[in-house]
Design a protein around this ligand. Sequence first.
Ligand code: CTP
Length: 396
Amino acid sequence: MNDLQGRRIVLGVSGGIAAYKACELARLMGKAGALVDVVMTEGATRFVAPLTFQALTGRPVHVSLWQDGGDNGMAHIDLTRGADAVLIAPATADFLARLAQGRADDLLTALCLARDCPLLVAPAMNRQMWANPATQRNVAQLRSDGVVMLGPASGEQACGETGEGRMLEAVELCDALIAFFQPKRLSGRRVLLTAGPTCEPLDPVRVLTNLSSGKMGYALARACAEAGANVTLVSGPVCLPTPADVRRIDVRSALEMRDAVIAALPADIFIAVAAVADYRPAAPAAHKIKKGAATLTLELTANPDILAEVAARPDAPFCVGFAAESENLAAYAESKRRAKRLPLVVGNLVQDGLGGDANLITLFDATGAHPLPPGDKLTLARAIVRHLAELYHAHD
Ligand code: CTP
């Protein structure tokens, strides 16, 4: 996916061991379509050679205030003109301190001071250095100066200690940069989603479930978070990582999902993506069912319809439903939209998307059917967010 196509990014690398992760970051940003100019501090070159970044980006790497000049010999000015963002990864404690003071004693600090584009920093340091009041003071100062902090994460550190101060992984930083550039269409809105399948117990070792992978719901949760929403995701059992800045609540059965959704209300927008089992075994066996009889009859009882219940509440959020059909998509999707009185239904033919990374989707709202161009699930999720945000704001 070319999520950074046409973007010019200055990647600043300061002198910490996490500089090795910046190599992968440079590669990922380039792969996502960005033009990446790497600027290193003198200390960073002790950890990684400039040649590494030069090979990864295919562009010259800048280190010194005195040797690197553009046409007019002013690299500290030229490098950020026309850039979409400066991302410092890793940002050491020393670098944050120098940044907070507005110093300009090397090329990287000078260009940060001279920049006219957003600045994002990914701190990386020992947990004590991070927790030190001096560092926290610098971080608070930088935040109030409008600098965007990415991380740090918590975990095992290069020094052998464990705690907060680890740099985010390259893929997380690349995703955070992509998210940074997405329009904030749902800024400050509370979005609640369901995703994945439900598992309805038959006995202690068996369940009734379905083939939902959860990928569409997770992509939508990510797209909502990228759009600036506060996102809560109630998820059935799936093998997917939680998207950044999303609060995830794990459940198994439809009943658990219903309770978790009701407990997570109120919300401004509810998006029901989960493939909720319509029925559950009426009386799950306390012990494993033994084989023996030639046939076995299961008695099923209806599960609550979570979306219908939420949509019928007096304080109902703006509700979005999904219709996964194997035929007659338009007719079924439209009838679900009317039956549950939903402003928007996202319809797809299951043979086009179940479990895969791509999908074919049509949106159904009061004005009719809106087919989306085919794409991967994240691209589609962003298109759905664009459409639902327009409807939501019109309705709001
Ligand atoms: N849904 C829900 N709770 C249920 C069943 C469905 O919240 N118990 C939500 C789904 O998340 C989806 C929409 O309702 O957004 C699907 O509508 P529905 O008519 O229930 O679809 P199906 O369950 O697939 O119905 P059918 O089997 O009749 O096609």
